[in-house]
Unconditional design. Sequence first.
Length: 377
Amino acid sequence: MDFNLTEEQQMLQDTIARLVRDTYGFEQREGYRESEAGFSTGFWARLGELGLTAVPFAEEYGGMAGGGVECQLVMTELGRGLCLEPYLHSVILGGGLIAQLGSEAQKADLLPQVAGASLQLAVALDEPQSHYNLHDVETHATLDGGRWTLSGRKSVVVGGQSAGLVLVSARTAGGSRDEEGISLFLLDPREDGVRRRAYPTIDGRKACDLYLDKAPALLLGEPEQALAALRYQQGRAIAAQCAEAVGSMQAACALTLDYLKTRQQFGQPIGKFQALQHRMVDMSIELDQATSMAILAACVADEPDSDARSRSLAAAKFIVSRAARFVADQSIQLHGGIGLTWEYVLSHHAKHLLMVARQFGDDDHHLQTFSRLMQVA
């Protein structure tokens, strides 16, 4: 198998890498983090101007018709730069759901806006009791006089505090844990009946909880057909998140190696101590394994839904989550106290890696998923 990038892919990687390197220093990131939006609106607009938010969409909607590998290249560099922009949730997950479920009119209206970065999406799938289960939905939708309204609560909606539209899963039939009867809706968070409680996540990004009380919403696609699409598009998001984690791990390993070469103890760099060399090698091995699994995830992300695809994605998320936690822990240990200081970028990589290890399912969740799918293989 040829893992070399094509000329177009190399140009894409160079473009996003240069943009992040030139405009997203750590001090700048801290300023973006403290802003009202929680990220750089200028950087977000720049992503749109360069066509980077258009990567996964079809050309008829203003996209580049890119696949999992192209998304991987973008996400790796965003992870390396600890970028705060909600690319994963708006472009890949939110845009992917509209592309799969939306009517032709909805796709023609919304996807060009998402591809051009003029519309930011957020996706509200989690609830306080759901614990990674997309079918555990208590938020309910009611059709009254030809208009849908939503009532319930959604938790940890990343980017929801600044989103123009939020995609909300809600139950239109069945019990709270039934796999049938789940629909997806487009919600304007500025409508009556919507209350947002915004807060920072552990890695510096912003999220919100949604409290819905008969909030008007628009059905996306057909009713009660959303669960399969939610699982499929979450698989694409997992592949992209694995790539983002690899970028962050690469940065953490580079920072740690540089520290071992420069920190002096007993008249020599601490990197000369064999025990620390071994720990650095262990980190590199974990990174290599995670990189390989992220490549696998990118290659299968856009394949038709199947047990084999789901197994590969579950395996990738399991390996990457374990590696992310290991690299975060070892980086801090090898740095000592400085590794935990707020003013040093490594601590933010470590926090982000811990967040990645739990979003869209932790390692235990995906190990169970992999084991279940192996039993039916």
